[in-house]
Design a protein around this ligand. Structure first.
Ligand SMILES: Cc1cc2nc3c(=O)[nH]c(=O)nc-3n(C[C@H](O)[C@H](O)[C@H](O)COP(=O)(O)OP(=O)(O)OC[C@H]3O[C@@H](n4cnc5c(N)ncnc54)[C@H](O)[C@@H]3O)c2cc1C
Length: 357
């Protein structure tokens, strides 16, 4: 097998990578180095220019522009910069901008305290601005989306005392080890690859040790000041993490304080995930005597106003026209990053509101 051309440091400075892989060309999603070895590219240049390689159309456009101007710094503006900015503003409008465009009034830095209920129907909210201004906002429906924790006190104050009597959190553990030989991917992206082990209720993934600061904080937590002796070994670090589908034992109070109880099932799942991750690290070449693990942290606060208990399948509460739409409605721990689910629920609810409001 041809040896890949790895160059160490000078003449280039040691920026992210301790060594440089010398790339030659690319086509589609594949890259080839100067020794002819090809790679499936998951990185796409640190989240920039994920456009695919070897594209004639891009090359032609670039060529035409370069004949006129290449780089003018951000001290000056060029026509292409302006036209791209206009297109991006049009395409990438924030949802809030769009809401305002369609007639919504947006109150930022404003905390909702109470739901206004008349004859069992939600007709508005009372809120307080950062400067102490009080607002009363009325509407045909109220959608509470203050998150897995923030929704609880609002519902409790509206008389839904069961809100917050469960709490799921996808406890996460991060682990890392030091490679016995070679260099680790410490400087690479996080969460490039994940494996959902639904049978055991765990998500196993790679890459949490990047960047250096994250890793070092984690090391300090798990090994105290002894971590200092490893500062120069970051290039040997391989990191992995897990999120665990927990049982939902816990509470959120009126003051938004959270208490979480770990069931024996939760702890078994966490132990299982740790054993699996340790195996991954060792199999990947890490020294078995130097595997470190973080403590549990709550990953996704959720499940405080679950579907079937506090809201119905249309996300409506026992108070007519009062809806919830955030991670609080999860009937069980998401066991995985929940944003798409929340967005999907919001789209579904928007369709319903169009009909009922
Ligand atoms: C560091 C980090 C990384 C993450 N990475 C991912 C990821 O890669 N993928 C993924 O899917 N998820 C990720 N998550 C989780 C994800 O961000 C959350 O699960 C998601 O944002 C929850 O959405 P939500 O609508 O339930 O609540 P939030 O996004 O928390 O929104 C609730 C909003 O309500 C506001 N609020 C609270 N109380 C009140 C009140 N009384 N009045 C008015 N407003 C109020 C809050 O300020 C907040 O803006 C990550 C979270 C963190 C912290």
């Amino acid at each position: 097998m041809k040896q890949s051309p790895i160059v160490t440091h000078p003449p280039l400075p040691n920026n992210y990578a301790p060594e440089f892989l010398v790339l030659d060309k690319g086509e589609g999603v594949y890259l080839t180095d100067t020794a002819g070895k090809s790679y499936l590219d998951f990185g796409s240049g640190i989240a920039v220019n994920a456009l695919g390689y070897g594209r004639e159309d891009l090359a032609e456009t670039g060529y035409r522009q370069m004949q006129k101007l290449i780089h003018s710094s951000n001290l000056y503006t060029t026509e292409p910069t302006l036209s791209l900015a206009k297109r991006m503003t049009k395409m990438g409008k924030f949802a809030a901008d769009e809401a305002v465009e369609y007639g919504c009034t947006l109150l930022t830095h404003t905390k909702v305290r109470d739901i206004i209920v008349e004859n069992g129907v939600a007709v508005g909210v009372r809120a307080k601005g950062r400067g102490g201004q009080r607002y009363e906002v009325n509407g045909n429906a109220v959608v509470c989306c203050s998150g897995g924790i923030g929704t609880t006190p609002i519902l409790k104050r509206a008389g839904m005392y069961t809100a917050g009597s469960s709490f799921t959190g996808d406890p996460s553990i991060m682990m890392f080890g030091f490679l016995k030989e070679g260099r680790g991917p410490g400087y690479e992206h996080q969460m490039m690859i994940g494996n959902y082990d639904d049978e055991h209720g765990v998500l196993l993934s790679g890459g949490i040790a990047a960047p250096f600061f994250t890793w070092f904080t984690l090391h300090l937590q798990s090994d105290g000041l002894r971590a200092l002796r490893d500062i120069g070994r970051y290039s040997k670090v391989v990191g992995v993490w897990t999120k665990v589908h927990d049982d939902g034992e816990g509470r959120v109070g009126l003051d938004e304080r959270v208490s979480k109880t770990w069931t024996s099932d939760d702890l078994d799942k966490i132990d299982y995930a740790k054993v699996m991750l340790e195996k991954v690290l060792i199999k990947g070449g890490c020294n078995p005597d130097e595997i470190y693990s973080s403590t549990k942290v709550i990953g996704h606060p959720s499940g405080t106003a679950p579907i079937g208990k506090v809201v119905d399948s249309n996300l409506e509460t026992q108070i007519k026209n009062l809806y919830c739409c955030d991670t609080s409605v999860m009937p069980e721990a998401p066991g995985r990053p929940p944003t798409w689910t929340v967005v999907s629920l919001a789209k579904r609810l928007a369709g319903r509101l169009e009909k009922v409001v």
